[in-house]
Design a protein around this ligand. Structure first.
Ligand code: UD1
Ligand code: UDP
Length: 378
């Protein structure tokens, strides 16, 4: 009998990191793969599904403009219940820390299903930073039975909260698996037609709920000031579709020639643009894992990170959103070659591209289809 595995995801980052797992499940005879999307994101989710050629079995189609956390939670919880009952999976896999993650795990729990958490154990230990993600992941871990921790540190975090050691597998992050499909040496994008090859290209993304408002404005003003003062730097910013982010970005950058505000990119374009950038400024979670694999320094525009491995390794620097600090660190990476090389040449701590294999083998082991427990990623 095949093990019926239902993957549930809803936003862009979950889709990008679950896609290689969905493809691996579909290709493996031990499993029957059922794919459910909540569509907490619509366009940005569809873009990732299209790139990885994944057609979901169930689509809850719940996104609406300016949705609240309460609405997403209630919609996922009620709409996924019938799907879980109909598909009747042996195990449900959720990913990361979005509201889809938590609400789908809660719905699975109400149906007394075995639950697996992919990218389990990330922590800042600060309830409101990032908000609401820190509590989404803690509550999801409380509901789950089996944990796929990307790093040794995330395993330690789970142990601190008394999650059982024998149910924790250190797998590496599936983001690195995804990059094996997307990075291309001969990559070219039309955005390059608008860029000046003589100027350094900085890639920017910023979208987090706790940064929206004054923090985002202060950060954008600082970047604007640096770009206007110099003539050797240009910024490319694929702006998240959240209306609050769109408004803030256009307000500050519309009249700055060397800041290119563009639509969100599909994941192939975005990964390759990271690879072609000089460095990255971002409050994204996923970017903090991908950039080290591409040897690109990241100025993390947040006060906390649940990904301290990259800070320890030296690729990530937590700079926050204070304008003076953002300017100082941006200028340092533009002008101090030694500092740049130090950050660019650090070792990627987030994975070796084999996370999905480990996750599949761990599920087979959990359901007693093999006596061999998969080895942890070190
Ligand atoms: C969500 C996640 C966040 C993750 C981010 C990734 C929660 C609480 N937040 O935040 O953890 O880092 O996704 O991007 O789960 N929109 C569109 N089209 C899209 C996507 C979004 O128009 O394809 C607009 C809609 O107006 C939507 C708004 O963006 O209401 C916000 O989306 P939402 O998922 O609520 O929050 P994010 O900030 O994207
Ligand atoms: N990404 C993308 N297109 C973009 C910006 C980001 O495909 O225009 C990818 C990026 O490579 C990473 C993921 O989206 O895999 C990160 O998503 P996001 O920053 O929205 O969410 P977070 O990781 O912060 O939850």
């Amino acid at each position: 009998m095949k093990i019926k595995v239902m993957t549930v995801f809803g936003t862009r980052p979950e889709a990008i990191k679950m896609a290689p797992l969905v493809l691996a499940l579909r290709a493996d005879e031990r499993f029957e793969a059922i794919t459910t999307v909540t569509a907490q994101h619509r366009e940005m989710l569809d873009s990732a599904l299209e790139i990885f050629k994944i057609k979901p079995d169930y689509d809850l189609n719940l996104m609406h403009k300016g949705q609240t956390l309460q609405e997403i939670t209630a919609d996922v919880l009620t709409k996924i219940d019938g799907v879980i009952k109909k598909a009747d999976p042996d195990i449900i896999l959720v990913h990361g820390d979005t509201t889809t993650t938590f609400a789908a795990a809660l719905a699975g729990f109400y149906n007394q299903k075995t639950l697996g958490h992919v990218e389990a154990g990330l922590r800042t230990w600060n309830k409101y930073s990032p908000f609401p993600e820190e509590m989404n992941r803690q509550m999801t871990d409380d509901l789950c039975d089996i944990y796929f921790a990307p790093t040794e540190l995330s395993k330690k975090n789970l142990l601190k909260q008394n999650h059982p050691s024998d149910q924790i597998y250190v797998t590496g992050n599936t983001a690195i698996d995804a990059m094996h499909e997307t990075i291309k040496d001969d990559y070219r994008h039309e955005i390059f037609n608008d860029l000046d090859p003589q100027k350094k290209m900085v890639l920017l993304t910023m979208h987090r709920r706790e940064n929206q408002g004054s923090k985002m404005k202060e950060t954008f003003e600082a970047i604007r000031e640096v770009v206007l003062k110099r003539n050797d730097v240009q910024v490319v910013y694929p702006v998240h579709l959240s209306p609050k982010v769109q408004e803030a970005a256009h307000e500050v950058f519309d009249d700055v020639k060397d800041v290119h505000l563009i639509d969100p990119l599909d994941v192939v374009d975005f990964h390759n643009l990271q690879a072609k950038s000089s460095f990255i400024m971002s409050d994204s979670g996923g970017v903090q894992e991908e950039a080290p694999a591409l040897h690109k320094p990241v100025l993390v525009l947040r006060d906390t990170t649940e990904r301290p491995e990259g800070v320890l390794a030296g690729t990530l620097k937590l700079v926050g959103t204070n304008g003076e600090n953002v300017k100082k660190e941006m200028l340092r990476l533009l002008d101090d070659e030694e500092e740049y090389q130090r950050m660019a040449n650090a070792k990627n701590p987030y994975g070796d591209g084999h996370a999905c294999e480990r996750i599949l083998d761990a599920i087979a082991y959990y359901f007693k289809r093999t006596d061999v427990r998969p080895k942890d990623f070190v």
